[in-house]
Design a protein around this ligand. Sequence first.
Ligand SMILES: *[C@@H]1O[C@H](CO)[C@@H](O)[C@H](O)[C@H]1NC(C)=O
Ligand SMILES: *[C@@H]1O[C@H](CO)[C@@H](O)[C@H](O)[C@H]1NC(C)=O
Ligand SMILES: *[C@@H]1O[C@H](CO)[C@@H](O)[C@H](O)[C@H]1NC(C)=O
Ligand SMILES: *[C@@H]1O[C@H](CO)[C@@H](O)[C@H](O)[C@H]1NC(C)=O
Ligand SMILES: *[C@@H]1O[C@H](CO)[C@@H](O)[C@H](O)[C@H]1NC(C)=O
Ligand SMILES: *[C@@H]1O[C@H](CO)[C@@H](O)[C@H](O)[C@H]1NC(C)=O
Ligand SMILES: *[C@@H]1O[C@H](CO)[C@@H](O)[C@H](O)[C@H]1NC(C)=O
Length: 315
Amino acid sequence: MRLSTTLLLAASATVISAQTTYRTSSKRGLVFVPSKNTKLQYDNQVWVENGSDLTWYYNYQATPSAAYANRTQEEFEFVPMLWSTDTDFYSTVKGLIDGGRNISHVLAYNEPDGESSTGGSSIDPAAAATNWISQIEPLRELGVKVGAPAVTGSPRGFTWLEDFFNSCADQGTNCTIDFIPIHWYGDFGGLASHMGQVNGTYPNVTQWITEYALNDQPLEATQSFFNMSAEYFDRLDNVGRYSYFGSFRSDVSNVGPNAAMLTQKGELTDIGSWYLGGAATNNIPKPGKDNAASRGTATMGLVAFLSVVVGFMAL
Ligand SMILES: *[C@@H]1O[C@H](CO)[C@@H](O)[C@H](O)[C@H]1NC(C)=O
Ligand SMILES: *[C@@H]1O[C@H](CO)[C@@H](O)[C@H](O)[C@H]1NC(C)=O
Ligand SMILES: *[C@@H]1O[C@H](CO)[C@@H](O)[C@H](O)[C@H]1NC(C)=O
Ligand SMILES: *[C@@H]1O[C@H](CO)[C@@H](O)[C@H](O)[C@H]1NC(C)=O
Ligand SMILES: *[C@@H]1O[C@H](CO)[C@@H](O)[C@H](O)[C@H]1NC(C)=O
Ligand SMILES: *[C@@H]1O[C@H](CO)[C@@H](O)[C@H](O)[C@H]1NC(C)=O
Ligand SMILES: *[C@@H]1O[C@H](CO)[C@@H](O)[C@H](O)[C@H]1NC(C)=O
């Protein structure tokens, strides 16, 4: 009796967990927004513990995060980013490679068409081209795959990129890209349409969706967006990787509490757990005093809030 009860319980637990854990994906990675509160360092480990399916991360910087110093490149691939027109990016990344770290991909320029007030690096396309030729082209010659400048999802992103490639040509170089990063804040229809437009402009170039969320919306709509976009990214062959913008607590989220992957107490939300390949937690994210005021007027596709803070955090 006792034995069969145990077996039954074990069997039903297996069924439940098989039904409720989220689909895993080798494309999924982390946009790392480290917790500034030194008492909350566990927030930084939650993304890589207990069978998380995340395979890679970026942190808006050229060097790996101290929080993941004990993870090898093979365990948790670090993707360096050239934030702005820095002139030591090549030597920094070359140093990582010479030190034995297998850097296979780099990202360049965080929202160069955006203002610093919204997390952009606000770079002139011609200056970006000059800097790219000195810092990115030599990495490509080493076999590193390079992402196009990571423009915002607004129409001016397309203009900026066109100006950038034209400036490269004017300077006698074809700035060649291996993949194109996409940022999107807004609904699923807008995301799919934007990806289609990028695909039309840069046909057959592999897409990485490196910042995305449905910001400032009710929980169910936010979760529905999350589900639809994950399914879409996993299904499309020309989506190479994706990283959801939400690795922070709901009470400090600048994309609205419901988009965050951690609650105000630091527990995984449903989206947070699903993203790591786990089951729903039923932890409901709550706003804090810093984000309680609605940012509902944010223009869809234009917004990338936290990056500027992140860019200068040394964790
Ligand atoms: C990982 O598992 C340990 C042991 O069960 C638990 O204490 C910890 O909270 C778990 N971490 C996450 C992120 O679920
Ligand atoms: C890595 O270090 C963090 C603390 O910095 C710790 O929480 C984590 O368990 C360590 N992981 C491994 C695999 O050693
Ligand atoms: C370096 O990493 C890339 C991408 O993860 C992988 O394809 C390649 O085999 C790795 N190279 C070495 C020498 O480990
Ligand atoms: C750039 O690529 C175009 C098209 O492939 C080619 O016609 C042109 O000669 C290249 N320019 C340079 C400077 O390599
Ligand atoms: C991009 O276009 C190719 C065909 O040129 C298609 O196979 C692919 O699904 C499209 N991807 C997106 C994201 O629209
Ligand atoms: C995209 O790639 C496919 C398969 O390699 C090829 O058949 C198609 O012509 C390409 N489309 C464009 C617009 O380059
Ligand atoms: C999202 O997906 C999870 C896991 O499949 C499911 O339990 C949940 O009901 C979905 N939510 C919405 C709003 O689609």
